[in-house]
Structures are given as C-alpha cells and as structure tokens.
Design a protein around this ligand. Structure first.
Ligand SMILES: Nc1ncnc2c1ncn2[C@@H]1O[C@H](COP(=O)(O)OP(=O)(O)OP(=O)(O)O)[C@@H](O)[C@H]1O
Ligand code: SF4
Ligand SMILES: [Mg+2]
Length: 408
C-alpha cells in the first residue's frame, strides 16, 4: 500500500483533546440488543422534473446490519455521503426504509404505521449535528425542552417547568435560564439544550448525528463527557454518528465503518484501532492525529486515497471501494466481498483482509464464493451458500492467521 507523509486534507481529522476524568466506555458484550438492524436499505427515487417518472435511485443505504446493545454505544463512521445520517433517520423513522428490518424491543420500526410508531417515538430520540439550526430561535429554552413533554403528555401541565429545570441541570445549564432564547447561548450550550430536549422523554436509544462536529475542539470533549454521564445515569443506548474515528474512540466500545451505503468493517475498539483489516479503515486511521506524535513532533505515514467517492446512484460493481483502493485486484470488480467475521468481535468486507502492509496476495474469500483468484467460477469449488450477513457475532469465525475456523 502506498504511504506518504501527511499532506492533503481530505481525510484530516482534528483530534479531540484527551477526555479528562472519564474512563473510556466499556463494552457491554453480554447486554441484550436494544436495536437489531438487518439488511437495511434506503433507495431514494430520482424523478424527472415534469412527468415525475422514476429514472433511477440513490442507493444511500444498501444492506446494512448491526446491533446496538442495551445501554451501550455503537459508533457509525465514514466520509461525507456514505449514508450515516440516512441510517439514523431511518431508525428514528423520519424515512420508511426500502427494505430490511430494525427490531427495537421486539417490534420492527421499519414496518410500523405512523400511528403505531407514536409511543415508540418517545423511546428513540435524536440529537442533531447543528446546534444552531436545530433549535427554533423564536422559542425559549423552556418551550424547546418542554415541547416533547407537552406533545406526549408525560407530565401534568403544572409540572412541565420544574421538569424542564431538572433537565437543564442534568445537562449542566443554569435551570434559571429557561426563559432565555437560543441566541443567548454558545454552541456548546446550545448542544446541551438539544441533549436536554432529546432526554426529556427518557428514551432508551439516542441517535446522535455528529453531535460534536459543529463545536470547537475544546468543547467537544465536554459534550462527549456529558453524553457518557447521561448514558451511565439513565442507561441510554447510543448510535453515535461521526465522520472520523478520533471522535468515537472514547465513547464507543464498538465501531462500524461505512463506505458508500455499506458497512465495510465493524468490531470492538481493539479490533478497529489496533487491528484494522480493511484498507478503508486503515486510511481513515492514518488521518487520525495521535497525541503522542503531536508531542514528539513525529510525522505519521499517511495513506492517501485517490479519487472522489463514487455516486451512490451508480456505485461500482463488486466492492464499492475498489475505485479508490490501493490494493484492488480483478476479483474486486466481479464480486462483492461478504462481511466476514474474522475475530471474536471483528468483521471485515474485503477479499484481501490483512493488517496494514500484510494484505494477502490471493483472495481469501475465493474458496467461500466458489471462484478462482480472479473471480471466475471454479468448477471444483464448493461455495458456502449461507454467507448471510447477520447483524451480530457468532461464536465461530474465520481465523485469518491459521486460515481455520476460530472459536470463542
Ligand atoms: N432525501 C434524499 N433524497 C435523495 N438523496 C438523498 C436524500 N438524503 C440523502 N441523500 C443522498 O444519500 C447519500 C447519503 O446521504 P447521508 O446524508 O446519509 O450521508 P452522510 O454519511 O450522513 O454524509 P455527511 O457526513 O455529509 O452528513 C448522499 O449521496 C445524499 O446525497
Ligand atoms: S475487496 Fe478489493 S477493492 Fe475492496 S477493499 Fe478489499 S482489496 Fe480493496
Ligand atoms: Mg450526515
């Protein structure tokens, strides 16, 4: 793989300062799932202006599967346009999915009618990226934070104000400031107002869509600490969306990496940050500044991805990353790599999975797919027909080092 000193900015990620006083969130490996997403798809139709005829689709999310454990947090990371927000918006049912299931406490959010969804809307709340546009400037903080309480009628009218004040206190704001307007607060304080609003209905799951991206680096750690406190105190699960791996490292013990509508690698913190096997994850990681390097002044070798992210209207055949992948081979254009479990809590979708600089020369997936090394059907092979991408982990996996089946 080609490596170069850091120079361009396309994948540069500002480091969030060390999060002081808060240990990194721990993996809740034994917690039952609060959300199980399976083969989720969202194809937005493209219509002609006059006839409103459908002439194609934007394949924003295309077969995504993952699990968020009860009270835990999963990070969803990828470049702009890879389908992160659409995934979050599907879970909060701002859109009805084209296909797939989203099981939340035994009910499929994707197939429910809007009426049936109403009680569940309390349980799944969203924190938005932009604390400026997501708060109505003409409403007071009390009215903004109290609005879900009134709409869902969860506290008597005469108790709304005291509940709002409690919520403001929980998120670190002065409860006496309930009658102020959003423009009287800083960006970080506004994001706290958004968090208080999301918390008002005591949800079991929060979808946080880039909740710190719009904030100063110095404020980001404070907001992440607050989310961690909220998680510990209220046992809320999080799907935490971010465009770089630095932001989710502390808060998310598991991370899924998305590229052009698909998950390319998912695993626990150790697997993703210490043992990434997908060239795209490795490229994202090479752009994450390292505190130690900043102190010593060393320069990290940087993987430079060439070319633009292709259009999700007409994505590349086979592996969607192949047009930018520095190690792509012929098979990559012919077959989509399955999301293969390669460790206890580690999955990767690549024909040539390996540590940086140690990618195999022959496709490791060929035997499973029943093809030869260039992707042609192999008459002597017996393909594995049940390479189904289930959302969780199984207790057996494909061990790349020994090329055998591993076991938990
Ligand atoms: N309502 C829509 N109609 C048509 N296309 C859409 C719609 N919403 C999103 N898209 C497209 O779907 C793709 C995924 O968009 P999405 O907003 O989910 O990406 P993202 O990963 O959140 O990106 P960013 O980091 O920029 O927020 C993009 O190509 C986007 O243009
Ligand atoms: S499958 Fe091929 S193109 Fe895709 S990431 Fe792996 S090597 Fe690169
Ligand atoms: Mg987005």
């Amino acid at each position: 793989m080609t490596t170069e000193p850091v120079s361009d900015t396309t994948l540069d990620a500002p480091a969030i300062p060390e999060v002081v006083g808060h240990a990194a969130s721990e993996l809740k490996a034994d917690a039952p799932p609060i959300l199980t997403v399976e083969n989720l798809r969202m194809y937005f139709p493209i219509k002609t202006p006059l006839m409103r005829r459908t002439v194609g689709h934007v394949q924003a999310v295309d077969g995504v599967s993952f699990v968020v454990p009860k009270g835990g947090s999963l990070g969803l990371v990828g470049e702009s346009g890879c389908g992160k927000s659409t995934t979050g918006q599907l879970i909060t049912r701002l859109y009805k999915p084209t296909g797939g299931t989203m099981m939340f406490e035994g009910q499929d959010l994707g197939s429910m009618s809007n009426k049936a969804m109403k009680p569940l809307r309390r349980e799944v709340q969203m924190i938005f990226q932009d604390p400026y546009s997501s708060l109505n400037p003409r409403h007071t903080v009390g009215s903004i934070v109290g609005s879900p309480l009134r709409v869902h009628n969860v506290v008597p009218k005469n108790k709304v104000l005291s509940r709002v004040q409690e919520l403001l206190e929980v998120v670190g704001l002065n409860p006496e400031h309930y009658n102020r307007y959003p423009n009287e607060f800083s960006g970080g304080q506004r994001q706290r107002i958004g968090i208080a609003r999301a918390l008002a209905l005591q949800p079991k799951l929060m979808v946080a869509d880039e909740p710190v991206s719009a904030l100063d680096v110095s404020i980001q750690a404070q907001v992440i600490n607050l989310l961690q406190d909220i998680q510990n105190e209220f046992d809320v699960a999080f799907l935490f969306i971010a465009h770089d791996l630095a932001v989710v490292r502390h808060f998310c013990p598991e991370i899924a990496v998305m590229y052009l509508g698909k998950i390319v690698e998912v695993g626990d913190r150790e697997s993703i940050y210490g043992n990434a096997h997908h060239p795209y994850t490795q490229a994202l990681l090479s752009a994450v500044p390292d505190v130690k390097q900043a102190v010593t002044g060393e320069r990290r070798d940087r993987i430079r991805l060439t070319g633009e992210v292709p259009s999700p209207i007409d994505p590349p055949s086979g592996c969607r990353f192949r047009t930018r992948c520095p190690i792509a081979q012929e098979i990559c254009a012919k077959h989509e790599p399955p999301l293969l479990q390669i460790g206890k809590r580690h999955k990767v979708a690549c024909h040539f999975p390996g540590r940086l600089g140690e990618h195999p020369r022959e496709p490791l997936t060929a035997r499973l797919l029943g093809v030869d090394s260039v992707g042609q059907p192999d008459p002597g092979a017996s393909p594995v027909t049940d390479l189904v991408e289930h959302p969780g982990y199984s207790d057996t996996w494909f061990d790349l080092d020994g090329k055998t089946i591993g076991r938990a």
